[in-house]
Design a protein around this ligand. Structure first.
Ligand code: GLN
Length: 275
């Protein structure tokens, strides 16, 4: 290898990745800003830097998502650590946070089920500090990342290691979840192979987690349930909410105009008085 191939502008030319990804990798390895990468494009990498770059370059070429390579993803204008134990936060999930914030009274008790990186719970808490936020996850490895993100970002949240609502005893004003909702035969699934499959799919029809959350939330809710789901699951989710006695049900579309969130109201307190 000649010396020229260690220079930033030559690395950019030699790369088989798109230019933005190559730049992101170089910035990460060198600790440069994007501007520095331009103004110092004649910088020659040390052998060690070039080796680190090549390692990440190979992962990127193999299809690993950039968030896993860099170890973080931006969500709701904050940086969340991620690893292959957590789903990568998606921009459409920011709408779920917006909707919780629009519905939650200032001191509301909020429960986030299957929190993953913690991005929903932490964003809600940091946007509205008076909220009392609890977040659960079945997987200790994911919960560890959520706890670490909450500590880094200064969000005071109660974390519980449990499967959906199985470890929950309290009543909440808002229950929110972005559960695994992709069906096992969905053609998008193979393209998401680097992410934890149990966070994406129920290995069945894509509705098992949604079904369980709707069924089990009733006993713990005095307010709204908000569920993120696939573009074609709005009517199934609505039917299930109707079946379990939820009221004021509506489905919200994301910025791509696809059905993305279904909301329903249920009052454990009302049903208590009704009985
Ligand atoms: N929205 C994600 C995707 O389609 C799936 C997230 C989920 O299953 N909760 O890639």
């Amino acid at each position: 290898m000649n010396d020229k191939s260690l220079v930033i502008k030559q690395i950019l030319l030699d790369s088989n990745l798109n230019r933005l990804d190559t730049k992101l990798l170089l910035c990460h390895v060198l600790g440069f800003s994007r501007t520095q990468l331009i103004t110092r494009d004649d910088y020659k990498l040390t052998r060690a830097q070039f080796e680190s770059y090549n390692l990440l370059y190979a992962k990127c070429l193999a299809g690993m998502p950039m968030a896993y390579i860099l170890g973080y993803k931006e969500f709701y204008s904050r940086i969340f650590k991620v690893n292959t134990n957590t789903l990568i936060p998606r921009p459409e999930t920011e709408l779920l946070v917006d909707t919780v914030l629009a519905l939650a009274k200032p001191m509301a008790k909020v429960l986030d089920l299957g929190t993953g990186s913690g991005c929903i719970a932490i964003s809600c808490k940091l946007e509205q500090q008076a909220l009392s936020v609890t977040a659960t996850d079945k997987y200790p490895e994911a919960l560890a990342i959520a706890i670490s993100n909450a500590a880094d970002l200064g969000a005071d949240i109660k974390f519980i290691n449990c499967d959906w609502l199985d470890g929950i005893t309290d009543i909440y004003d808002i229950i929110v979840s972005n559960p695994p909702y992709i069906a096992n035969n969905d053609k998008h699934l193979p393209a998401l192979s680097f992410e934890p499959q149990h966070a994406l799919t129920d290995f069945f029809d894509g509705m098992s987690a949604i079904r369980k959350i709707i069924e089990d939330s009733k006993a713990h809710l005095n307010g709204y349930l908000l569920i993120e789901h696939g573009y074609d699951q709005g009517s199934f989710t609505t039917e299930l909410m109707l079946k379990y006695g939820f009221r004021n049900i509506r489905t919200i579309r994301d910025y791509a105009s696809l059905d993305r969130i279904t909301i329903g109201y249920s009052s454990n307190v009302d049903s208590h008085f009704a009985n």
